[in-house]
Write a protein that binds this ligand. Structure first.
Ligand code: ADP
Ligand code: MG
Length: 141
């Protein structure tokens, strides 16, 4: 295992539910540190650019609309095996299929409003961190 960084976003539904602190505690309690953080209302073009890989998917328009519906908390998480660890803490994309005790099982309502984003691989983590935190080199810590 290596120390990695991954991009996490607490989505508008979870921010509106006032559970930013509870979600961040899950990260901290599991050995992930916050290397960078910013609360922000994304513009449409920022959300479209971030989710560009999903451009052709039928849910793309709704996903972008949801992501700009309220402020989000954008974070770079750092720690051993951070990318897979965050994905495990998040649970499955559809909260109804997420393991009990995961963030999505506990805080999300639907596949659209599913509380958190997390990078899914080293390559996407590097691109996503650079997208929101260009001055935070993925190689330095
Ligand atoms: P994940 O966020 O678990 O990595 P994906 O990368 O597949 O999931 O999808 C990105 C986001 O798009 C999901 O978190 C979810 O908000 C939304 N999404 C994915 N699949 C669907 C779907 N079938 N219907 C509606 N929204 C979806
Ligand atoms: Mg994904």
């Amino acid at each position: 295992m290596a120390v990695e960084r991954t991009l996490s976003i607490i989505k508008p539904d979870a921010v509106a539910k006032n559970v930013i602190g509870k979600i961040i505690s899950r990260f901290e309690d599991n050995g992930l540190k916050i290397a960078a953080a910013r609360m922000q209302l994304l513009s449409q073009s920022e959300a479209e650019g971030f989710y560009a890989v999903h451009r052709e998917r039928p849910f793309f328009g709704d996903l972008v609309k949801f992501m700009i519906s309220g402020p989000v908390m954008i974070m770079a998480l750092e720690g051993e095996d951070a990318i897979l660890k965050n994905r495990a803490l998040m649970g499955a994309t559809d909260p109804r299929k997420a393991e009990p005790g995961t963030i999505r099982a506990d805080f999300a309502e639907s596949i659209d409003a599913n509380a958190v984003h997390g990078s899914d691989a080293p390559e996407t983590a590097a691109v996503e961190i650079a997208y929101f935190f260009p001055s935070l080199s993925v190689y330095s810590r």
